[in-house]
Design a protein around this ligand. Structure first.
Ligand code: UDP
Length: 308
């Protein structure tokens, strides 16, 4: 049985990874519970092949494992901007701490990177070869630059020490175990619609995103870990929608009485985002299978339950 460390294990992606990997592996889940929820790991706490450690990866830790999925870091703009110094430390110091242990353990290391490393992209859709458009001054850069640096750390540990590193550039993902108040668009709109509250569209709503259902993303992450690829790979769904579209679809699906209201666009909000996933399709034989309609139905059901 492999020993797999999942940092950010109580978070949205970490807990969904745990659900899949716990069937055949020993899972060590680390989380500082800053944006993760103990509720997300509750089903596993009594399992003999599961260990939860409340710990902040900025602090060193000594631990043995065969593989690590480094998913620790708040990922919603609202949450990562709350404590920007903590955010950039998590990506840089946290990654350095963990990759040193991976090197000693001869363990595989998968880093959760992000579409945010492309910033406000001028290339569309975004291929892995695109170097991005990030402003160091931006309030988003604690996350964007932190994740960019974490990628650099992995590339250097691979070149210098031969650590088996994998980098997943994760595009907008949604589904079960998202916090209802994490500030992201799908959770905000779904909760607002279910409660018949105003739907808050930022800006004119013509900005676009491409949303991947969490189960698809998790399959992609596991395939990447099992591959021999050390390069960065985009993982996401390339079905692109305007935010206004999303608002209307959610209102319709929930039969909500909510009205759309327009709020200020957050600073440096990217105007469009859509992954080119040809690399993942070719090298991992991975492609997302859940379209937005189906993914939203499942997500609405999830939020309906937790709002009860
Ligand atoms: N957004 C919105 N209303 C909300 C939350 C987000 O219009 O209540 C917009 C936001 O401005 C952005 C898009 O939805 O253009 C996606 O935002 P999110 O925070 O989910 O993630 P991002 O892709 O910006 O990291």
């Amino acid at each position: 049985m492999k020993k797999i460390l999942i940092t950010g294990g109580a978070g949205f992606l970490g807990s969904n990874l745990t659900e899949k990997l716990i069937e055949n592996n020993f899972i060590i889940s680390i989380d500082n519970l800053s944006s993760g929820s103990i509720q997300n790991v509750k089903p596993y706490l009594n399992r003999p092949n599961f260990q939860f450690i409340e710990h902040d990866i900025i602090q060193p830790i000594d631990i043995e494992f065969d593989e690590i999925y480094n998913m620790a870091c708040p990922a919603s703009p609202v949450l990562y901007q709350k404590n920007p110094i903590q955010t950039i430390k998590t990506s840089i110091i946290g990654t350095l701490n963990l990759i040193e242990i991976a090197r000693k353990n001869n363990a595989k290391f998968l880093q959760a990177s992000t579409s945010e490393i492309y910033g406000d992209p001028v290339e569309h859709p975004q291929k892995e070869t695109y170097r991005g458009n990030v402003d160091t001054k931006s309030i988003r850069s604690c996350y964007d630059e932190g994740k960019r640096a974490s990628e650099t750390i992995l590339f250097d540990y691979n070149r210098i020490y031969g650590v088996d590193t994998k980098i997943a550039r994760i595009f907008n993902t949604y589904g079960k175990n998202m916090l209802k108040d994490d500030g992201r668009v799908i959770s905000n709109f779904t909760v607002q619609a279910l409660l018949n509250k105003d739907i808050t569209v930022y800006g004119n709503g013509f900005q676009t995103r491409s949303f991947c259902y969490v189960d698809d993303l998790i399959k992609g992450l596991i395939k990447l870990m099992e591959s021999n690829i050390n390069d960065a790979v985009n993982l996401g769904n390339n079905e692109e929608h305007t935010i206004l579209d999303i608002a209307n679809i959610v209102i319709k699906k929930t039969n909500s009485k909510s009205k759309i209201v327009y709020k200020n666009l957050p600073c440096d909000d990217p105007k469009k985002r859509k992954p080119d996933i040809s690399k993942a399709k070719k090298l991992l034989n991975w492609t997302p299978e859940t379209n937005l309609e189906v993914g939203l139905d499942k997500t609405i059901e999830y939020f309906r339950e937790i709002l009860k």
